[in-house]
Design a protein around this ligand. Structure first.
Ligand SMILES: Cc1cc2nc3c(=O)[nH]c(=O)nc-3n(C[C@H](O)[C@H](O)[C@H](O)COP(=O)(O)O)c2cc1C
Length: 339
């Protein structure tokens, strides 16, 4: 088993329609060290879709993992070869998504019912390129329709045992089961209770694997506690809702406390973001989408609402007015908000 997996103690979760290249570019100015993930991209989309649009990224976003969704070894293997050509650092297989669309094709969380098949996928993917292959899964699944309940720790242990023996050395585990019918993906991120102890137990049972926990982390203290049991913590919604909390991540968990370390400032983020966003808008990226990563930058601060309001107006200035409107929104900010 390769020992060269990415080993960052903090990563930012793959999130469809959120963690696109522009979000990642801006977030990279807040945390330089965290491991970033793409949104989930299906293998057929890569093989048949607009590949450059789906896969190209700025090297500044690295280290960066491509998350793949699918259940056929050949298509996944070919996607890994392509990912290597594009310069990704690692590939991750989604075994945790419960959406109906994903289930219709039998991938995502449904794959947890087929550990031998996942092992075959990992083997095919690993053989296809030099990139390491990791898996993101739930602690279990329940499906009334298939009369399936894989919810005990022993089921999770069995899944990890089979998939790791096919060569996967790193697992990111969302510490909730997925309920495959009757719950939306959103509810599946809130309703099934968190069971972090199951993930801690995995690390005890498989000390040589890199075990990363995911689900519900919001505060530095919670992250510290988890890191005393497992190797990494993956942050999802908190990175969308309060991205500035990530500004402490490098100093706290990557030892960036030496004299060369420059703590990020919102001012520096804006100074970098404005020309970048203007350039991306000129390339045709949606202005409404481009401003999203900046929306919650003042979450929890007085003035946050006014900032959001000002920013929301920016796209309506049209392509020619975009640059001016963006600068205008920033200069209308109460500058005391900018540290
Ligand atoms: C909007 C949104 C989109 C998501 N898309 C993906 C995805 O593409 N792939 C994936 O593995 N998980 C996806 N997730 C789940 C997250 O990666 C993460 O597992 C989940 O949000 C729990 O972590 P959190 O409590 O820190 O948010 C998504 C979550 C959200 C909120």
């Amino acid at each position: 088993m390769s020992d060269s997996y990415t080993k960052q103690p903090i990563s930012l979760a793959p999130m469809v329609d959120k963690t696109d290249r522009d979000w990642r570019w801006i977030i990279r100015h807040i945390t330089k060290k965290s491991l970033l993930y793409t949104e989930m991209i299906t293998a057929p989309a890569i093989l048949r879709g607009n590949r450059d649009r789906l896969l190209s990224f700025d090297p500044l976003e690295k280290p960066l993992v491509l998350q793949l969704g699918w259940d056929e070894p050949e298509a996944l293997a070919e996607s890994c070869r392509i990912a290597e050509d594009y310069g990704y650092d690692e590939v991750n297989l989604n075994c945790g998504c419960p959406s109906d669309k994903v289930q219709r094709h039998d991938f995502g969380a449904a794959l947890m019912a087929r550990p031998e098949h996942v092992a075959r996928l990992v083997e095919a993917m690993s053989a296809a390129s030099n990139l390491n292959v990791t898996v993101k899964n739930r602690i279990g699944i329940r499906s009334k329709k298939s009369n399936l309940s894989l919810e005990d720790y022993s089921d999770l242990h069995n899944f990890i045992k089979k998939v790791s023996s096919a060569g996967c050395g790193k697992f990111i585990v969302h510490s909730r089961i997925a309920i495959l019918e009757g719950l939306s993906p959103r509810a599946n991120r809130a309703v099934p209770p968190l069971r972090p102890e199951d993930v801690y137990q995995l690390k005890e049972d498989f000390p040589n694997l890199f075990i990363e926990i995911n689900g519900g982390y919001k505060t530095y203290d919670q992250i510290d506690e988890a890191l005393s049991f497992v190797d990494g913590v993956m942050l999802g919604r908190i990175a969308l809702d309060n991205p500035w909390m990530l500004s402490q991540v490098d100093r706290r968990w990557f030892g960036s406390d030496n004299s060369d370390y420059q703590h990020p400032t919102r001012r520096a983020v804006f100074e970098a973001a404005v020309p970048y966003l203007i350039h991306r808008a000129e390339e045709g990226a949606s202005r409404g989408v481009l401003i999203q990563p900046l929306m919650n930058l003042f979450a929890g601060k007085k003035g946050a609402k006014a900032w959001k309001r000002a920013l929301t107006e920016v796209p309506s200035a049209g392509p020619e007015g975009f640059a001016g409107a963006l600068e205008g929104a920033i200069s209308a900010l109460d500058l005391s908000l900018l540290d």
